[in-house]
Design a protein around this ligand. Structure first.
Ligand code: SAM
Length: 270
């Protein structure tokens, strides 16, 4: 079987892009190589591995967990069953942070870092920023730390713990988080069964962690510091009402590329 035949077969059942990524993974080459060398023959071992991955993909397992990596902000991040697969939507949070934050020395916090996506994208963009990345789960934090090391982004420090209690006395210029925000009875959860539920689900219709962060951040933001939270497209009103009630100012909505609300931004003045 050659590359073209394998792709033609697999693309009948799974997305063509997914088939290319899986085949590239089996051949240990980047995706463009798969188009460039359609006549290349697969070894029996490669063929077996491709069939195995293809079947798991057909059963619903995300490609990123099959290949072990996902691109985010042009960085190749390793992921596993302990880390959420970083989403393109979250890149709009990174973009807004980059637009708002001065490129001078700043202390920035990424709470619930998962694979390290937000912290590492920010570190990649500005070497002057001192960045703290946290997660409640040690296995998750280990993965994020390994990603930082592999990418040589050494200005990120990793701390385990529950939201801001992980960073007791730290005063930050900006606190950023993509916390769990899906309601436990949301029908979309069924499609996300391969990802860690602790990364996805929050109590109180998905608002519990967002509200905790809004309260906690007040204590650890410097005067005029930024809070930037990713949330569901239909949670802006609740999140922003909570921000106003907690005394934040300059509240703005962050939109993704499709025009959906993706997050809320605010500043805290004492
Ligand atoms: C939606 S995921 C976001 C991961 C990553 N920031 C991203 O954007 O891809 C939420 C993350 O928050 C972490 N988390 C959940 N509860 C937490 C808590 N109480 N304190 C710190 N992190 C928590 C989860 O382990 C998970 O990695």
């Amino acid at each position: 079987v050659n590359v073209r035949q394998a792709l033609v077969y697999a693309s009948q059942w799974v997305d063509k892009l997914d088939a290319e990524l899986l085949l590239g993974h089996c051949l240990r080459v980047a995706r463009p190589h798969v188009y460039a060398w359609p006549e290349q023959l697969l070894t029996p071992l490669q063929q077996q591995q491709f069939i195995d991955l293809f079947e798991q993909r057909q059963a619903g397992k995300p490609v990123a967990y099959l290949t072990g990596c996902k691109e985010f902000w042009s960085l190749s991040l390793q992921v596993d069953e302990h880390t959420l697969i970083p989403r393109p939507d979250t890149e709009s949070i990174v973009e807004l942070a980059l637009r708002k934050l001065p490129r001078t020395v700043q202390t920035i916090v990424d709470l619930g870092t998962g694979s390290g996506a937000i912290a590492l994208a920010l570190a990649f963009e500005c070497r002057l920023w001192s960045i703290f990345a946290t997660d409640l789960h040690l296995a998750t934090l280990q993965r994020a730390k390994a990603n930082a090391q592999r990418l040589g982004l050494n200005q990120v420090q990793f701390v385990a713990g529950d939201w801001l209690t992980a960073l007791n006395y730290l005063q930050a210029d900006a606190i950023i988080a993509n916390p769990p925000y899906i309601a436990a009875d949301d029908v979309h959860l069924a499609a996300l069964c391969y990802e860690p539920q602790a990364a996805l689900v929050a109590a109180d219709q998905g608002l519990a962690d967002l509200f905790t962060l809004i309260e906690q951040a007040k204590m650890q933001l410097k005067q005029g510091g930024f809070l930037l939270l990713e949330h569901g497209f239909d949670q802006s009103a609740s999140v922003q009402a909570k921000m106003r009630q907690a005394g934040y100012q300059s509240i703005e909505t962050c939109y993704d590329l499709t025009g959906h609300a993706r997050g809320s931004f605010a500043r805290y003045m004492r």
